[in-house]
Design a protein around this ligand. Sequence first.
Ligand code: ADP
Ligand code: MG
Length: 477
Amino acid sequence: MNKTVGTIWNETLEFIRDNVDEQCYATWFIPIKPVKNQGSVLTVQVPSKFFYEYLEENYIQLLKAGITKSLGEGAKLVYSIVLENTYDNSNPPTMKLPSSGRRKHKPQSVHMPVALANEKSIKNPFVIPGLQKLNIDSQLNPNYTFENFIEGDCNRLARSAGMAVGKSPGGTAFNPLMLYGGVGLGKTHLAHAIGVEIKDNYQEKTVLYVSAEKFTQQFIDSIRNNTKNDFVHFYQMIDVLVIDDVQSFSGKEKTQDVFFEIFNHLHQNGKQIILTSDRAPVELQGMEQRLLSRFKWGLSADLQKPGLETRVAILGKKLYNDGIEVDDDIVEFIAYSINSNVRELEGALISILAQSSLNKKEITMELVKSMVDKFVKSTTREISIDFIQKVVCDYFDMPLELLKSKTRKREIVQARQLSMYFSKQLTKNSLASIGQQCGNKDHATVLHACRTVNNLKETDKRFKTYVDDLQKRLTLA
Ligand code: ADP
Ligand code: MG
């Protein structure tokens, strides 16, 4: 009697479920889809190449046992991998594997990058005066733990990959681990949680959390102070390096070069690298190809907007941590009304709690409704420098390259100054970072730009129209 592919897979799953814990089952087996069965060969579809690799590294024996149980001796497994544009498309979409024996697959062949050819000249980092391995402050936020990071469909893969890295830094296929997703969805929290977990498990490991922006600033300072070697050495002796918001490396070639050098050194020495980005690697503009290809070596896992249930659970956890009791229907109402991201959800909760404690009012549905109403109206989208530059370039019908170039032509200087002015007005970026992103200028140039725009809009009517038009386009979008 021939079984259908569905039956075979269900039987296999049943067997697997008895042998792994719930979370692992949900993370690594539920997403697998049975595709077809021909003779003794079962084809299943997995969501990504890394998913397949993880299964191969960790669960191949289990899968084999399960499939053999359902299909009989000699059963074979073939994976079909859903191609994501996050990964190099150079690999064929299906990989045939013998289902017996363990094979370890590296995503790509690792070849010696040119940048490391002059490694000889690098001094032993441990003899640099003032730098002692044990004295590095990890810069981790102890509240950002896995415990406090609520699991949901929106973050299951990222969270579970993060936990795997936390248990075995440098020892999984997830190196680098790239976490990406929109603002306020938990990238920073999760990146810290991995660091905190590693520190718990391995006190001796040097973990360092740093934002890409701070890394860039340190690098620039090191050039200025003639201490670039120390800078590189310092980073090369870290065991676990967490770099937050790597999208801000965009367009900064020198910083990318130095990061590339550090990345290669760490990776080759089995050190763990964790990165976050506000967009998928494939969408990172202004990033050198060789660096992008490094980002794709490990796993890229995205964080999505949490669904209603997860939002309720997140609010529940925050309230519990604060020791505050609020009716379930109120919690649900907040979760239902604020669906943009977790940061705003938290923001709404905090303002409600503040209101009630300031005015000594009970948290009633009425209070919550009026607060949520205000909150939803007043929260505006976070605006990025990229977005400002795009709007300004569209407005003046000018290519972005020109805006970022060194040209001193009047119209272009003006557009550049307007971009800087709005970046200062509408984002939280520092003058230095705005300058960096607007054609590699220093903070004094940005300051000058802001003054010029302020002056011109008072004295020049046409210029004032530009400012007003742009203001509208930027804030109503
Ligand atoms: P991002 O770095 O993606 O912009 P953050 O990590 O700063 O986002 O998260 C914003 C806020 O939301 C933080 O206070 C974080 O603790 C909280 N948060 C995000 N996701 C979760 C989650 N799954 N469970 C609990 N809190 C979360
Ligand atoms: Mg963040």
